[in-house]
Design a binder for this molecule. Structure first.
Ligand code: NI
Ligand code: MN
Length: 226
């Protein structure tokens, strides 16, 4: 399978003709190589309701007839807006036709801000474990460091992990280094940084510091084969 990074928290997984997109924040993202009106998505996985994660979900899902998979409250909100959304929640896993999805906890907030400024709370934020053909990807979502990352690492054989390092809203690099050790992933990619001035960080420097040789620095548009 091909896994590519597209800036902020946008990850694309392509396997057996299916395209799975995580947190497609594209049109307001100055740090992505994707175009919201061209990207393909059979499936959209959402970690939480913040606008820099829901992003272009509405337009992409309508154009592609995508299946959205999200925490229950966010899935309900999107379903009420006419989208096809499968609700899940923390600790729950489900086998889909493209692979297995399991939601993990994350320590953060979750709310969607509508165009008129109304804030709609969308339940708990999450991380997502995606397993396809025996390979597991962990998208931590937005989160601070939490010690149950050790348990996530013990209970799942993670091949590729995406951890936020932007600081201010999520873990910064120092905490993300600790998280990388706890989740025991074979490779760790920094995400959720350099999109806005508040979260500017040195992604390459972070990847170099993750032990030993497990850090993987990806620029928007870079991909790896799993
Ligand atoms: Ni967030
Ligand atoms: Mn965010």
């Amino acid at each position: 399978m091909k896994v590519s990074y597209h800036g902020h928290s946008v990850i694309k997984v392509e396997h057996s003709g299916k395209t799975i997109l995580f947190d497609p924040f594209i049109s307001d993202n100055g740090n992505t190589d994707l175009k919201a009106d061209q990207v393909k998505a059979d499936v959209i996985l959402l970690t939480h309701g913040h606008n820099d994660h829901v992003g272009d979900t509405f337009s992409i899902a309508k154009r592609n007839d995508s299946q959205i998979i999200a925490p229950y409250e966010l899935a309900t909100y999107l379903g009420n807006k006419g989208l096809n959304a499968h609700p899940m929640h923390i600790g729950g896993g489900h086998e889909f036709n493209f692979g297995h999805v399991k939601f993990t906890q994350a320590f953060h907030g979750s709310a969607y801000t509508e165009e008129d400024g109304t804030i709609v709370y969308t339940g708990m934020p999450t991380g997502i474990l995606l397993t396809i053909d025996g390979k597991t990807i962990y998208h931590a979502g937005d989160t601070g460091l939490f010690s149950d990352m050790k348990m996530i690492g013990e209970r799942h054989d993670i091949d590729l992990a995406f951890l936020p390092i932007g600081d201010n809203f999520t873990m910064g690099p120092e905490d993300a280094i600790v998280a990388a050790g706890w989740i025991q992933a074979k490779q760790v990619v920094p995400i959720h940084y350099n999109t806005f001035d508040l979260i500017n960080q040195d992604g390459k420097g972070f990847a170099d510091r993750v032990n030993p040789g497990k850090g993987l620095y990806m620029e928007p548009g870079d991909s790896v084969e799993l």
